[in-house]
Design a protein around this ligand. Sequence first.
Ligand code: GNR
Ligand code: NI
Length: 168
Amino acid sequence: MVNELKILKFPDPRLRTVASKVTKFDKSLEILANDMLELMYKENGIGLAATQVNHHIRLITIDISEERDSPMIFVNPEFEIINEDSHLSFEEGCLSVPGFNEEITRPDNIKLKWQDIKGEEHEDMPSGLLTVCIQHEIDHLEGKLMVDYVSPIKRERIKKKLTKMYAK
Ligand code: GNR
Ligand code: NI
């Protein structure tokens, strides 16, 4: 790994950065994406957003397969809700909020547009866990975290616990 990546943890303010659009599809983008995949597998995550490794560009990696052999890279992902009435609840976890799980309800009928690592445009309608994960990752690119879906009291409690944990 050329560039040693580390995962930022809540309440690190850098996680609140809104990522910029990728405009240069060069070798350094490819290296970052591959380093992110490597770290995601090492940490047993199903997704990782560049924001979480302190690179504030619109790049995410995902692998939702059981076998951990289906890496996906999404550049400049955007989604549109097709059916506002269709939702999916899922117990989510986040590598930036270690040790906490939260049931989050999200739209489950979306149209996704993205670019691949070469800049080619794609469009698809994801389903199930992929829909959940992609929205979780796009939240990161917007500086939004899982803890923003819970009550302020609970958020404060999580913040205190994690801050204490890192102080040790
Ligand atoms: O590893 C992860 N698991 C997960 C489970 C349910 C919904 C979303 C996720 S993403 C998370 C990794 C992570 O923090 N990505 O930003
Ligand atoms: Ni996350």
